[in-house]
Write a protein that binds this ligand. Sequence first.
Ligand SMILES: Cc1cc2nc3c(=O)[nH]c(=O)nc-3n(C[C@H](O)[C@H](O)[C@H](O)COP(=O)(O)O)c2cc1C
Length: 458
Amino acid sequence: MKKKKPQISRRDFIKYSAIGLTASTLPVSPGCSTLTKSNAPVEECQSQNLVSNIRYKTKVFAPANIAGIKLNNRIIRAATALNLPAEKGKLMATDKFIEKFTELCQGGVGAIITGCVAIQQNGASAFENALLIDKDIYVAEFKKISDAVHKFDTSIIMQIGHDGPITRRVNTGAATVAPSAIGDKSYTEETPKALSEIEIMEIIDNFISAIGRAQRAGFDGVELMAAHGSLLSAFLSPNSNIRTDKWGGSTENRFRIIKKIIKRAKKQFKDYPILVKINAYDFQSDGMRVKETVKIAKLLEDAGCDGIEVSSGVAGDGFSTVRVYDFPTEMLLTHNFNYKDMSPALKTVTRCSIPLISWMYQYEPIYNFNICAAQQITEAVSIPVIVVGGIRKLNDIEQIIGNNMADYVSMARPFIIEPDIVNKFKAESQTASECLECGHCILALEEMPVECFYGEVP
Ligand SMILES: Cc1cc2nc3c(=O)[nH]c(=O)nc-3n(C[C@H](O)[C@H](O)[C@H](O)COP(=O)(O)O)c2cc1C
């Protein structure tokens, strides 16, 4: 009889069992650390109380412009993968896609950033319907989406990226960015291999081709995905980039790949707007820190980048990119461990391990967690800065923009539960998002189209 494959690798089993023992010796994770529960404060960021009676509503809702991209207001829908049914990799501008984007437009969004579209096959996210823009044949389908959005006088920016060393185990709560040289991703490999010079040049070429396709598909600009442990952010972070050649080491070297992409694209596609989403900090030992990100922000400006979106965290590192409030144990067991198929013994071990993992991966607070970093970046550069992460209240948005902590805000989860959140804010029929921060939309992402489960386990 064929031997049944274990549902959890031996490596993971040992790791999870050992977590409880080792957690207390783990290094402090700096960043906006006065804002995190388990980490000691560091000098980089101060926790901020945004509550104020001074209103800046007019500024938030006035039309704006980023390098020619027209915005209806300063509240942007952040990149959110939809995982809507599509033929493997291939965008189908189905009614469902159009419907989702139409809802956002009708709901008053300032502008839309799409979920990440992969520049090449092996750079696509782990979920089944990850989108690709690696061939010209996809341009027409994407054009249907941009046309649908433009009917509402709303701008749409395509986020393009390469998922890099994030592996399929992205939702298991394990840190998956191997501390090895920058690697190309293969779902079957535990550790990414180092990219060769030729492969790096190919990746740059593929980014350029993708930008050209986005432009031809009528998108108002692109956003390079250089956050959350994706390939470009793995180049930036000293934690994941331990190369000793011209692509690693100094800040300039780690930035080189992004610089080359922006410079070439600017030359080839004239003034086509290019934004970049970066991590201000990533909770990794020797990883990204705000001070370093400020340097990178200046390099982005020098390279010709038109705007920076400030995020944090690594997708494979628990919930550090989204900071869920309470670790969603049941959801994790149902959707991410093949729990149902485990032997009773393994089930017991897994159940016992979860609280330990959960204790390890508590990232607080849940609100406004990148503001302090965005403020430092805003002060350092003159290009527009967008801040994302736990922004939920109209008053907070007004304070962020009114006090120049950032030029724009973006939100992801609030638009999943309420695509019309901006209209609600504008009318003040509601002044805070209904999002519970349950994390279920993220956990279900690999298996089903994105929706709000409002704390329920589907
Ligand atoms: C379901 C889901 C899908 C996401 N997909 C992407 C993505 O494709 N690209 C990206 O840069 N960020 C993605 N994110 C992260 C968000 O853009 C954002 O950085 C993060 O959710 C924090 O913002 P929020 O607190 O407003 O949700 C996703 C988030 C969620 C919840």
